[in-house]
Write a protein that binds this ligand. Structure first.
Ligand SMILES: NC(=O)c1ccc[n+]([C@@H]2O[C@H](COP(=O)([O-])OP(=O)(O)OC[C@H]3O[C@@H](n4cnc5c(N)ncnc54)[C@H](O)[C@@H]3O)[C@@H](O)[C@H]2O)c1
Length: 348
């Protein structure tokens, strides 16, 4: 088992490895002094995972199965969680264990962080996206009016229990799409990751590499005002693609499209060296991701201006000088739309 320490939010550990779920009880007892625990679990998980978590947490745990998808990552869904916690009489001494992928994690952690102005929670990620990325760093939130993660708060878990065995039941498409975030870490920080990408699920070592990279950015810039924005590589265009298709494209796949578009943009701006595009393309293909990003660009252009990181006139793009060397570049909306439009029109 690998332990990665996060020096934020009062300090917490991520426990990564097969069988990590056996730590649920110990971590819940340490984090929830009232002794009561809500297990908020993605209702679409294989029931064996939910039962195993219930067994590990014992009789003090009350299950709330959460039926949620990206299209339902909303305030209404968070309200369902508030109602459950309120009806069951949960207090600030109690807490929540949140079992599921990034959609469940973002929504339920947001609800936990705002119910009674915040109750403690533990994240138990079950997808590639959540085990390598979304469970760490304290970003919680929901979508609003078709805009990704429009409403949210920074709130850190008391622990992340990342049992890599959960990935065994992940449908192939989800596993493949999740590799988009893994490739992102290779592109911005550790090009060696691109050699380790495959169609299989990432193992403890690869997941831990990604988590340590994320820990580095989060420790430097907890509230995402500077360096942490580098983790947004591929996300400006990726989020616009997700919104444009009503979230029919999954997050990791959208990030993959967004990274390829950002590299082409960097080439147009004279920032990105030759060879970067081919290296990223080949990693995406090796992972089984679709790389036909150009047709996705035109419909996404109108959504770029809604990006959370815009200052009202410019987009804050993350580009690559070369693999492992990201640069931030502000681009006026009009310039970004024109350049991306011409990349879309040119095709491959
Ligand atoms: N907070 C952050 O820092 C951050 C970072 C990256 C992504 N995100 C968010 O994460 C979300 C995407 O997360 P995701 O890709 O995990 O999607 P997801 O949570 O929708 O899970 C994908 C699918 O896999 C199923 N599933 C989950 N675990 C399973 C398992 N072990 N076995 C079988 N099926 C399983 C789910 O029911 C769902 O159908 C997006 O909303 C994105 O914005 C947040």
């Amino acid at each position: 088992m690998t332990t990665v320490e996060f020096p934020v939010g009062g300090g917490y550990n991520a426990y990564i490895g097969p069988g990590a779920a056996s730590l649920f009880s110990r971590e819940a007892q340490a984090a929830f002094p009232g002794g009561r625990c809500a297990l908020i679990a993605d209702a679409n998980l294989p029931s064996a995972h939910i039962r195993a978590a219930q067994d590990a947490l014992g009789p003090g745990c009350t299950l709330m199965p959460l039926n949620v998808s990206e299209a339902q990552k909303t305030l209404e869904k968070a309200s369902e969680i508030y109602a459950f916690l309120n009806d069951a009489g949960f207090t600030r001494a109690d807490g929540a264990v949140i079992l599921g992928g990034g959609v469940t994690g973002d929504t339920a952690a947001f609800a936990a962080a705002t119910y009674l102005r915040g109750i403690p929670f533990i994240l138990a990620p079950t997808t590639v996206v959540s085990q390598t990325d979304s469970a760490y760093g304290g970003k919680t939130g929901v979508d609003h009016a078709g805009c990704k993660n429009r409403i949210g708060v920074f709130a850190h878990p008391k622990a992340v229990v990342c049992d890599v065995d959960f990935l065994k039941t992940l449908p192939e498409r989800e596993r493949v799409c999740g590799m988009g975030e893994v490739i992102k870490y290779g592109a911005i920080a550790d090009p060696g990751i691109l050699e380790r990408v495959s169609r299989g699920a990432p193992d403890e070592a690869l997941i831990s590499t990604c988590v340590r990279i994320k820990r580095g950015f989060v420790a430097q810039d907890e509230h995402d005002t500077g360096e942490r924005r580098i983790l947004n590589f591929g996300h400006t265009v990726g989020h616009a693609i997700e919104a444009a298709c009503g979230f029919a494209v999954s997050h990791g796949q959208a990030v993959a499209y967004g990274m390829l578009a950002a590299v082409r943009l960097g080439e147009r701006l004279g920032v990105t060296r030759a060879g970067v595009f081919d290296a990223l393309l080949s990693a995406c293909e090796k992972a089984g991701l679709d790389t036909d990003f150009e047709p996705r660009l035109s419909p996404a252009l109108p959504y770029l201006r809604r990006d959370k990181k815009s200052d009202g006139a410019n987009l804050d793009f993350i580009l690559l000088e070369k693999l492992g060397r990201p640069v931030r570049k502000k681009l006026p909306f009009g310039d970004a739309e024109k350049l991306l439009g011409s990349i879309a029109a040119q095709g491959r």
